[in-house]
Design a binder for this molecule. Structure first.
Ligand code: 9WN
Length: 451
Protein backbone atom coordinates (compact mmCIF):
# COMPACT_ATOMS: atom_id res chain seq x y z
CA UNK A 1 0.00 0.00 0.00
CA UNK A 2 1.20 3.53 -0.76
CA UNK A 3 1.15 6.24 1.92
CA UNK A 4 -1.98 7.64 0.30
CA UNK A 5 -3.61 4.20 0.60
CA UNK A 6 -2.60 3.96 4.25
CA UNK A 7 -4.25 7.34 4.94
CA UNK A 8 -7.36 6.32 3.01
CA UNK A 9 -7.59 3.06 4.98
CA UNK A 10 -7.30 4.97 8.27
CA UNK A 11 -10.07 7.35 7.21
CA UNK A 12 -12.25 4.38 6.16
CA UNK A 13 -11.77 2.72 9.56
CA UNK A 14 -12.89 5.92 11.25
CA UNK A 15 -16.11 5.93 9.23
CA UNK A 16 -16.77 2.31 10.18
CA UNK A 17 -16.13 3.11 13.85
CA UNK A 18 -18.45 6.10 13.75
CA UNK A 19 -21.28 3.95 12.38
CA UNK A 20 -20.75 0.95 14.69
CA UNK A 21 -23.93 0.47 16.74
CA UNK A 22 -22.43 -1.98 19.25
CA UNK A 23 -23.59 -5.09 17.39
CA UNK A 24 -23.55 -4.09 13.71
CA UNK A 25 -22.71 -1.18 11.43
CA UNK A 26 -25.34 1.17 10.03
CA UNK A 27 -24.69 2.35 6.46
CA UNK A 28 -25.07 6.05 7.28
CA UNK A 29 -25.97 7.95 10.48
CA UNK A 30 -29.10 9.77 9.30
CA UNK A 31 -30.33 8.18 6.07
CA UNK A 32 -29.93 4.50 7.05
CA UNK A 33 -29.68 4.15 10.84
CA UNK A 34 -30.21 0.35 11.05
CA UNK A 35 -28.58 -2.84 9.78
CA UNK A 36 -28.90 -3.63 6.05
CA UNK A 37 -28.28 -7.14 4.77
CA UNK A 38 -25.87 -6.77 1.86
CA UNK A 39 -24.24 -3.66 3.30
CA UNK A 40 -23.51 -5.66 6.45
CA UNK A 41 -21.85 -8.47 4.49
CA UNK A 42 -19.51 -5.87 2.99
CA UNK A 43 -19.00 -4.22 6.39
CA UNK A 44 -17.70 -7.58 7.62
CA UNK A 45 -15.28 -7.84 4.68
CA UNK A 46 -13.98 -4.34 5.37
CA UNK A 47 -13.70 -4.93 9.12
CA UNK A 48 -11.88 -8.21 8.57
CA UNK A 49 -8.88 -6.22 7.33
CA UNK A 50 -8.24 -4.82 10.82
CA UNK A 51 -10.83 -6.02 13.35
CA UNK A 52 -11.67 -9.70 12.81
CA UNK A 53 -13.76 -9.96 15.98
CA UNK A 54 -16.07 -7.18 14.83
CA UNK A 55 -16.27 -8.69 11.35
CA UNK A 56 -17.58 -11.94 12.83
CA UNK A 57 -20.03 -10.10 15.07
CA UNK A 58 -21.40 -8.19 12.08
CA UNK A 59 -22.40 -11.41 10.31
CA UNK A 60 -23.54 -13.13 13.51
CA UNK A 61 -25.91 -10.28 14.36
CA UNK A 62 -27.43 -10.35 10.88
CA UNK A 63 -28.00 -14.10 10.99
CA UNK A 64 -29.46 -13.83 14.50
CA UNK A 65 -32.40 -12.11 12.75
CA UNK A 66 -32.78 -14.83 10.10
CA UNK A 67 -36.31 -16.16 9.72
CA UNK A 68 -37.05 -19.82 10.42
CA UNK A 69 -37.76 -20.43 6.71
CA UNK A 70 -34.21 -19.29 5.92
CA UNK A 71 -35.01 -15.74 4.71
CA UNK A 72 -32.38 -13.17 5.65
CA UNK A 73 -34.26 -9.87 5.98
CA UNK A 74 -33.00 -6.84 4.11
CA UNK A 75 -33.23 -4.62 7.21
CA UNK A 76 -32.78 -5.56 10.86
CA UNK A 77 -34.13 -2.70 12.96
CA UNK A 78 -32.05 -1.57 15.91
CA UNK A 79 -34.06 -0.29 18.84
CA UNK A 80 -33.26 3.27 19.85
CA UNK A 81 -31.67 4.16 16.51
CA UNK A 82 -32.93 6.84 14.14
CA UNK A 83 -36.01 7.26 11.96
CA UNK A 84 -36.48 5.37 8.70
CA UNK A 85 -39.39 4.72 6.40
CA UNK A 86 -40.65 2.04 6.08
CA UNK A 87 -39.94 1.28 9.73
CA UNK A 88 -40.92 -1.73 11.83
CA UNK A 89 -44.49 -0.45 12.32
CA UNK A 90 -45.00 -0.50 8.60
CA UNK A 91 -43.42 -3.88 7.90
CA UNK A 92 -45.09 -5.67 10.84
CA UNK A 93 -42.76 -8.63 10.39
CA UNK A 94 -44.30 -10.65 13.28
CA UNK A 95 -47.35 -11.20 11.04
CA UNK A 96 -45.26 -13.95 9.47
CA UNK A 97 -45.06 -17.15 11.50
CA UNK A 98 -41.44 -17.61 10.33
CA UNK A 99 -40.23 -14.19 11.54
CA UNK A 100 -38.56 -13.79 14.93
CA UNK A 101 -40.54 -11.82 17.57
CA UNK A 102 -37.36 -9.82 18.17
CA UNK A 103 -35.52 -8.20 16.50
CA UNK A 104 -38.06 -6.60 14.21
CA UNK A 105 -37.13 -6.77 10.55
CA UNK A 106 -38.32 -6.03 7.05
CA UNK A 107 -39.97 -8.87 5.12
CA UNK A 108 -37.93 -8.93 1.89
CA UNK A 109 -34.36 -9.86 0.97
CA UNK A 110 -31.27 -8.36 -0.63
CA UNK A 111 -28.53 -9.91 -2.82
CA UNK A 112 -27.03 -13.04 -1.23
CA UNK A 113 -23.43 -11.92 -0.72
CA UNK A 114 -23.10 -13.41 2.76
CA UNK A 115 -21.24 -16.63 1.96
CA UNK A 116 -18.80 -14.57 -0.13
CA UNK A 117 -18.29 -12.38 2.91
CA UNK A 118 -17.96 -15.24 5.43
CA UNK A 119 -15.35 -16.96 3.27
CA UNK A 120 -13.42 -13.74 2.80
CA UNK A 121 -13.58 -12.94 6.52
CA UNK A 122 -12.33 -16.46 7.34
CA UNK A 123 -9.35 -16.05 5.03
CA UNK A 124 -8.26 -12.97 6.97
CA UNK A 125 -8.60 -14.46 10.45
CA UNK A 126 -5.23 -14.93 12.11
CA UNK A 127 -6.31 -18.06 14.03
CA UNK A 128 -7.39 -20.89 11.72
CA UNK A 129 -9.15 -22.89 14.46
CA UNK A 130 -11.19 -19.88 15.50
CA UNK A 131 -11.93 -19.31 11.82
CA UNK A 132 -13.16 -22.84 11.26
CA UNK A 133 -15.40 -22.60 14.34
CA UNK A 134 -16.87 -19.40 12.89
CA UNK A 135 -17.51 -21.08 9.54
CA UNK A 136 -19.01 -24.17 11.18
CA UNK A 137 -21.39 -21.93 13.12
CA UNK A 138 -22.48 -20.01 10.00
CA UNK A 139 -22.65 -22.91 7.54
CA UNK A 140 -26.14 -24.18 8.50
CA UNK A 141 -27.51 -20.64 8.45
CA UNK A 142 -25.98 -19.82 5.08
CA UNK A 143 -27.20 -23.15 3.71
CA UNK A 144 -30.75 -22.41 4.96
CA UNK A 145 -30.60 -18.97 3.34
CA UNK A 146 -29.61 -20.37 -0.05
CA UNK A 147 -32.16 -23.19 0.35
CA UNK A 148 -34.87 -20.57 0.90
CA UNK A 149 -33.90 -18.87 -2.38
CA UNK A 150 -33.86 -22.13 -4.34
CA UNK A 151 -37.06 -23.43 -2.76
CA UNK A 152 -39.20 -20.29 -2.96
CA UNK A 153 -37.69 -18.22 -5.77
CA UNK A 154 -36.07 -20.48 -8.40
CA UNK A 155 -37.46 -21.60 -11.76
CA UNK A 156 -36.53 -24.77 -13.66
CA UNK A 157 -33.33 -23.10 -14.92
CA UNK A 158 -32.06 -22.35 -11.41
CA UNK A 159 -32.73 -18.61 -11.83
CA UNK A 160 -34.13 -16.95 -8.71
CA UNK A 161 -36.57 -14.04 -8.85
CA UNK A 162 -36.84 -10.86 -6.85
CA UNK A 163 -40.24 -9.56 -5.75
CA UNK A 164 -39.44 -5.93 -5.06
CA UNK A 165 -36.98 -3.38 -6.54
CA UNK A 166 -35.48 -3.04 -3.03
CA UNK A 167 -34.56 -6.72 -3.19
CA UNK A 168 -32.14 -5.99 -6.03
CA UNK A 169 -30.31 -3.39 -3.95
CA UNK A 170 -30.62 -1.12 -7.04
CA UNK A 171 -33.90 0.44 -6.05
CA UNK A 172 -34.87 2.89 -8.78
CA UNK A 173 -32.83 1.48 -11.66
CA UNK A 174 -34.54 1.85 -15.06
CA UNK A 175 -34.41 -1.98 -15.01
CA UNK A 176 -37.73 -1.87 -13.15
CA UNK A 177 -39.46 0.97 -15.04
CA UNK A 178 -41.58 -1.18 -17.32
CA UNK A 179 -42.57 -3.68 -14.67
CA UNK A 180 -43.52 -0.87 -12.26
CA UNK A 181 -45.40 1.03 -14.97
CA UNK A 182 -47.78 -1.93 -15.29
CA UNK A 183 -48.77 -1.49 -11.65
CA UNK A 184 -51.59 1.04 -11.30
CA UNK A 185 -52.86 0.85 -7.72
CA UNK A 186 -56.51 1.87 -7.31
CA UNK A 187 -57.24 4.78 -4.94
CA UNK A 188 -56.81 3.56 -1.38
CA UNK A 189 -54.59 0.63 -2.35
CA UNK A 190 -51.42 2.50 -1.35
CA UNK A 191 -51.54 2.84 2.44
CA UNK A 192 -50.81 6.38 3.70
CA UNK A 193 -47.12 6.96 4.36
CA UNK A 194 -44.58 9.69 4.85
CA UNK A 195 -41.13 9.65 3.28
CA UNK A 196 -38.29 10.29 5.72
CA UNK A 197 -35.43 9.92 3.22
CA UNK A 198 -36.13 13.39 1.81
CA UNK A 199 -35.33 14.96 5.21
CA UNK A 200 -31.77 13.66 4.86
CA UNK A 201 -31.03 13.54 1.13
CA UNK A 202 -31.51 15.81 -1.87
CA UNK A 203 -34.86 15.14 -3.56
CA UNK A 204 -33.16 15.18 -6.98
CA UNK A 205 -30.87 12.31 -5.92
CA UNK A 206 -33.64 10.02 -4.67
CA UNK A 207 -36.42 7.90 -6.25
CA UNK A 208 -39.61 9.77 -7.13
CA UNK A 209 -42.93 9.72 -5.22
CA UNK A 210 -44.46 7.72 -8.06
CA UNK A 211 -41.81 5.04 -7.51
CA UNK A 212 -42.30 5.14 -3.74
CA UNK A 213 -46.05 4.59 -4.20
CA UNK A 214 -45.30 1.38 -6.03
CA UNK A 215 -42.64 0.28 -3.51
CA UNK A 216 -45.15 0.80 -0.71
CA UNK A 217 -47.94 -0.91 -2.63
CA UNK A 218 -45.79 -4.03 -3.17
CA UNK A 219 -44.84 -4.16 0.51
CA UNK A 220 -48.50 -3.82 1.48
CA UNK A 221 -49.39 -6.79 -0.77
CA UNK A 222 -46.69 -8.93 0.81
CA UNK A 223 -47.68 -7.84 4.31
CA UNK A 224 -51.31 -8.83 3.63
CA UNK A 225 -50.01 -12.24 2.55
CA UNK A 226 -48.19 -12.47 5.91
CA UNK A 227 -44.95 -12.71 3.89
CA UNK A 228 -45.76 -16.34 3.06
CA UNK A 229 -43.91 -17.19 -0.16
CA UNK A 230 -46.53 -19.57 -1.51
CA UNK A 231 -49.15 -16.84 -1.19
CA UNK A 232 -46.92 -14.10 -2.61
CA UNK A 233 -45.43 -15.89 -5.61
CA UNK A 234 -48.60 -16.54 -7.63
CA UNK A 235 -50.15 -13.13 -7.07
CA UNK A 236 -47.41 -10.48 -6.98
CA UNK A 237 -47.33 -8.21 -10.07
CA UNK A 238 -43.53 -7.80 -9.85
CA UNK A 239 -41.14 -10.72 -10.45
CA UNK A 240 -37.75 -10.30 -12.14
CA UNK A 241 -34.71 -12.52 -12.63
CA UNK A 242 -31.92 -10.05 -12.02
CA UNK A 243 -28.41 -10.66 -13.38
CA UNK A 244 -26.56 -9.15 -10.42
CA UNK A 245 -28.60 -11.08 -7.83
CA UNK A 246 -28.20 -14.42 -9.64
CA UNK A 247 -24.51 -13.96 -10.38
CA UNK A 248 -23.79 -13.11 -6.74
CA UNK A 249 -25.75 -16.22 -5.77
CA UNK A 250 -23.54 -18.43 -7.97
CA UNK A 251 -20.40 -16.94 -6.48
CA UNK A 252 -21.87 -17.35 -2.98
CA UNK A 253 -22.81 -20.99 -3.73
CA UNK A 254 -19.19 -21.65 -4.75
CA UNK A 255 -17.90 -19.97 -1.59
CA UNK A 256 -20.38 -21.99 0.45
CA UNK A 257 -18.82 -25.10 -1.09
CA UNK A 258 -15.36 -23.81 0.00
CA UNK A 259 -16.76 -23.28 3.49
CA UNK A 260 -18.23 -26.79 3.59
CA UNK A 261 -14.91 -28.32 2.48
CA UNK A 262 -13.04 -26.33 5.10
CA UNK A 263 -15.17 -27.69 7.94
CA UNK A 264 -15.38 -31.25 6.59
CA UNK A 265 -18.99 -31.02 5.33
CA UNK A 266 -20.27 -32.10 1.90
CA UNK A 267 -19.69 -29.33 -0.70
CA UNK A 268 -21.58 -31.07 -3.53
CA UNK A 269 -25.10 -29.65 -2.97
CA UNK A 270 -23.65 -26.13 -3.15
CA UNK A 271 -21.62 -26.87 -6.28
CA UNK A 272 -24.75 -28.31 -7.87
CA UNK A 273 -26.72 -25.16 -7.11
CA UNK A 274 -23.88 -23.05 -8.52
CA UNK A 275 -23.70 -25.08 -11.75
CA UNK A 276 -27.48 -24.99 -12.16
CA UNK A 277 -27.80 -21.22 -11.80
CA UNK A 278 -24.63 -20.53 -13.81
CA UNK A 279 -25.99 -22.56 -16.71
CA UNK A 280 -29.33 -20.75 -16.41
CA UNK A 281 -27.69 -17.30 -16.48
CA UNK A 282 -25.61 -18.15 -19.52
CA UNK A 283 -28.46 -19.81 -21.42
CA UNK A 284 -31.27 -17.38 -20.59
CA UNK A 285 -29.82 -13.96 -19.74
CA UNK A 286 -27.01 -13.45 -22.28
CA UNK A 287 -27.84 -11.00 -25.07
CA UNK A 288 -25.61 -11.52 -28.08
CA UNK A 289 -26.52 -8.22 -29.78
CA UNK A 290 -25.76 -6.17 -26.66
CA UNK A 291 -22.72 -8.24 -25.63
CA UNK A 292 -24.11 -8.11 -22.10
CA UNK A 293 -26.29 -10.08 -19.67
CA UNK A 294 -29.83 -8.68 -19.33
CA UNK A 295 -32.49 -9.11 -16.64
CA UNK A 296 -35.66 -11.07 -17.39
CA UNK A 297 -39.15 -9.82 -16.55
CA UNK A 298 -40.96 -12.98 -15.43
CA UNK A 299 -44.46 -11.47 -15.52
CA UNK A 300 -44.02 -10.02 -19.04
CA UNK A 301 -42.08 -13.09 -20.23
CA UNK A 302 -39.31 -11.08 -21.90
CA UNK A 303 -35.81 -9.70 -21.44
CA UNK A 304 -35.43 -6.20 -20.00
CA UNK A 305 -33.42 -4.23 -22.52
CA UNK A 306 -31.59 -2.00 -20.05
CA UNK A 307 -27.78 -1.87 -19.96
CA UNK A 308 -26.92 -1.64 -16.28
CA UNK A 309 -23.61 -2.00 -14.45
CA UNK A 310 -25.00 -5.22 -12.97
CA UNK A 311 -24.89 -6.83 -16.43
CA UNK A 312 -21.15 -7.51 -15.98
CA UNK A 313 -21.61 -9.44 -12.73
CA UNK A 314 -21.48 -12.97 -14.24
CA UNK A 315 -17.70 -12.49 -14.60
CA UNK A 316 -17.36 -12.59 -10.82
CA UNK A 317 -19.15 -15.95 -10.78
CA UNK A 318 -17.03 -17.49 -13.56
CA UNK A 319 -20.17 -17.88 -15.72
CA UNK A 320 -19.11 -16.90 -19.29
CA UNK A 321 -16.71 -18.94 -21.39
CA UNK A 322 -13.60 -17.28 -22.75
CA UNK A 323 -15.27 -15.93 -25.91
CA UNK A 324 -18.16 -14.37 -24.00
CA UNK A 325 -15.89 -13.02 -21.30
CA UNK A 326 -13.84 -11.17 -23.89
CA UNK A 327 -17.01 -9.84 -25.50
CA UNK A 328 -18.24 -8.63 -22.13
CA UNK A 329 -14.95 -6.87 -21.50
CA UNK A 330 -15.23 -5.15 -24.91
CA UNK A 331 -18.68 -3.95 -23.86
CA UNK A 332 -17.21 -2.76 -20.57
CA UNK A 333 -14.56 -0.78 -22.43
CA UNK A 334 -17.34 1.23 -24.09
CA UNK A 335 -19.50 1.43 -20.97
CA UNK A 336 -16.92 2.49 -18.38
CA UNK A 337 -15.84 6.11 -17.95
CA UNK A 338 -12.18 7.08 -17.61
CA UNK A 339 -11.59 9.19 -14.51
CA UNK A 340 -8.67 11.01 -13.01
CA UNK A 341 -5.89 9.50 -15.10
CA UNK A 342 -5.86 5.73 -14.64
CA UNK A 343 -9.24 5.32 -12.95
CA UNK A 344 -12.23 3.58 -14.53
CA UNK A 345 -15.78 4.19 -13.33
CA UNK A 346 -18.62 1.74 -14.02
CA UNK A 347 -21.88 3.73 -14.00
CA UNK A 348 -25.10 2.06 -12.82
CA UNK A 349 -26.61 2.82 -16.25
CA UNK A 350 -25.12 3.21 -19.73
CA UNK A 351 -24.39 6.89 -20.38
CA UNK A 352 -26.02 6.49 -23.81
CA UNK A 353 -29.34 5.44 -22.31
CA UNK A 354 -31.83 8.34 -22.63
CA UNK A 355 -32.88 7.73 -19.01
CA UNK A 356 -29.34 8.31 -17.71
CA UNK A 357 -29.24 10.84 -14.85
CA UNK A 358 -25.79 11.41 -13.35
CA UNK A 359 -26.91 12.11 -9.78
CA UNK A 360 -30.17 10.21 -9.34
CA UNK A 361 -29.43 7.15 -7.27
CA UNK A 362 -29.42 3.97 -9.43
CA UNK A 363 -30.19 5.77 -12.71
CA UNK A 364 -26.57 6.58 -13.56
CA UNK A 365 -24.33 7.23 -10.54
CA UNK A 366 -21.29 5.14 -9.70
CA UNK A 367 -21.85 2.85 -6.72
CA UNK A 368 -18.92 1.36 -4.81
CA UNK A 369 -20.60 -2.06 -4.76
CA UNK A 370 -20.75 -2.16 -8.58
CA UNK A 371 -17.07 -1.16 -8.77
CA UNK A 372 -16.33 -4.01 -6.35
CA UNK A 373 -18.28 -6.59 -8.36
CA UNK A 374 -16.66 -5.56 -11.65
CA UNK A 375 -13.10 -5.51 -10.31
CA UNK A 376 -13.60 -8.95 -8.74
CA UNK A 377 -14.99 -10.26 -12.04
CA UNK A 378 -12.06 -8.88 -14.02
CA UNK A 379 -9.64 -10.49 -11.54
CA UNK A 380 -11.45 -13.79 -11.89
CA UNK A 381 -10.65 -13.89 -15.61
CA UNK A 382 -7.15 -12.48 -15.31
CA UNK A 383 -7.89 -8.96 -16.62
CA UNK A 384 -5.64 -7.64 -13.90
CA UNK A 385 -4.81 -4.19 -15.13
CA UNK A 386 -8.43 -3.34 -15.87
CA UNK A 387 -9.35 -4.62 -12.41
CA UNK A 388 -6.71 -2.34 -10.90
CA UNK A 389 -8.09 0.60 -12.90
CA UNK A 390 -11.63 -0.06 -11.59
CA UNK A 391 -10.26 -0.12 -8.04
CA UNK A 392 -8.32 3.08 -8.72
CA UNK A 393 -11.52 4.68 -10.03
CA UNK A 394 -13.21 4.04 -6.70
CA UNK A 395 -10.34 5.04 -4.45
CA UNK A 396 -9.79 8.16 -6.58
CA UNK A 397 -13.39 9.26 -6.08
CA UNK A 398 -13.24 8.70 -2.34
CA UNK A 399 -9.83 10.28 -1.99
CA UNK A 400 -11.10 13.44 -3.59
CA UNK A 401 -14.65 13.68 -2.21
CA UNK A 402 -14.85 11.47 0.89
CA UNK A 403 -17.05 8.51 1.84
CA UNK A 404 -20.46 9.07 0.28
CA UNK A 405 -23.23 6.83 -1.01
CA UNK A 406 -22.76 7.34 -4.76
CA UNK A 407 -20.83 9.50 -7.22
CA UNK A 408 -21.59 11.30 -10.46
CA UNK A 409 -19.62 9.51 -13.23
CA UNK A 410 -19.45 12.65 -15.35
CA UNK A 411 -18.01 15.00 -12.70
CA UNK A 412 -16.86 12.74 -9.84
CA UNK A 413 -19.12 14.71 -7.46
CA UNK A 414 -20.29 12.84 -4.35
CA UNK A 415 -24.00 12.47 -3.58
CA UNK A 416 -26.56 10.70 -1.37
CA UNK A 417 -25.93 9.73 2.25
CA UNK A 418 -22.88 11.11 4.08
CA UNK A 419 -20.27 9.34 6.23
CA UNK A 420 -21.09 6.18 4.37
CA UNK A 421 -19.87 3.01 6.06
CA UNK A 422 -20.73 0.68 3.16
CA UNK A 423 -18.41 2.74 0.95
CA UNK A 424 -15.71 2.72 3.63
CA UNK A 425 -15.92 -1.07 3.98
CA UNK A 426 -15.65 -1.62 0.23
CA UNK A 427 -12.69 0.73 0.01
CA UNK A 428 -10.89 -1.26 2.72
CA UNK A 429 -11.59 -4.49 0.87
CA UNK A 430 -10.38 -3.21 -2.51
CA UNK A 431 -7.23 -1.75 -0.96
CA UNK A 432 -6.57 -5.26 0.34
CA UNK A 433 -7.35 -6.82 -3.08
CA UNK A 434 -4.98 -4.36 -4.73
CA UNK A 435 -2.23 -5.28 -2.29
CA UNK A 436 -2.12 -8.85 -3.61
CA UNK A 437 -4.46 -10.78 -1.29
CA UNK A 438 -7.06 -11.71 -3.85
CA UNK A 439 -10.12 -13.88 -3.41
CA UNK A 440 -9.65 -17.57 -4.28
CA UNK A 441 -10.11 -18.68 -7.87
CA UNK A 442 -7.67 -19.25 -10.69
CA UNK A 443 -8.11 -16.92 -13.64
CA UNK A 444 -9.94 -18.81 -16.37
CA UNK A 445 -8.30 -16.80 -19.16
CA UNK A 446 -4.65 -16.98 -18.18
CA UNK A 447 -3.53 -14.77 -21.07
CA UNK A 448 -5.94 -12.06 -19.89
CA UNK A 449 -3.16 -11.06 -17.49
CA UNK A 450 -2.10 -7.49 -17.80
CA UNK A 451 -5.00 -6.55 -20.09
C1 9WN B 1 -33.86 0.55 0.68
C2 9WN B 1 -28.62 0.85 2.53
C3 9WN B 1 -29.45 0.60 1.30
C4 9WN B 1 -28.70 -0.24 0.23
C5 9WN B 1 -29.42 -0.26 -1.09
C6 9WN B 1 -29.73 1.17 -1.51
C7 9WN B 1 -30.55 1.88 -0.44
C8 9WN B 1 -32.76 1.62 0.72
C9 9WN B 1 -33.36 3.00 0.55
O1 9WN B 1 -29.83 1.88 0.77
O2 9WN B 1 -31.81 1.27 -0.33
O3 9WN B 1 -33.33 -0.70 1.01
O4 9WN B 1 -34.06 3.44 1.48
O5 9WN B 1 -33.16 3.63 -0.48
O6 9WN B 1 -30.37 1.20 -2.74
O7 9WN B 1 -28.64 -0.93 -2.06
O8 9WN B 1 -28.54 -1.54 0.69
O9 9WN B 1 -27.37 1.39 2.18
Amino acid sequence: MTMADVDLAAAARQVLDANWMGHATRPSPRLYPHQWSWDSAFMAMGQATHDPARAQQELRSLFAAQWSNGLVPHIVFSEGQGRYFPGPDFWQSPRCPYAPRRPLTSGIVQPPVHAISAWRVFRQLPDADEGRAFLAELLPRLAAWHAYLYRERADEHGLVEIWHPWESGMDNSPLWDEALARIEPAPGEVPPYERIDLDYADVTHRPTDREYDRYVYLVALMREAAYLPDRIRPRLPFAVQDVLFNALLVRADRDLAHIAREVGADPRPFEEWADWTATGIDARLWDEARGLYLDFDVRAGRAIDVRSGGGFAPLLAGVPDEVRARRLVETLDRFAVAHDGEGLLVPSLDLDDPRFEPARYWRGPVWPVVQWVVQAGLEEYGFRSRAARVRAGLTGLVDRSGFWEHYDPTSGRANGGEQFAWTAAIVLDVLQAGSGDRPAGEPTIPDGSGT
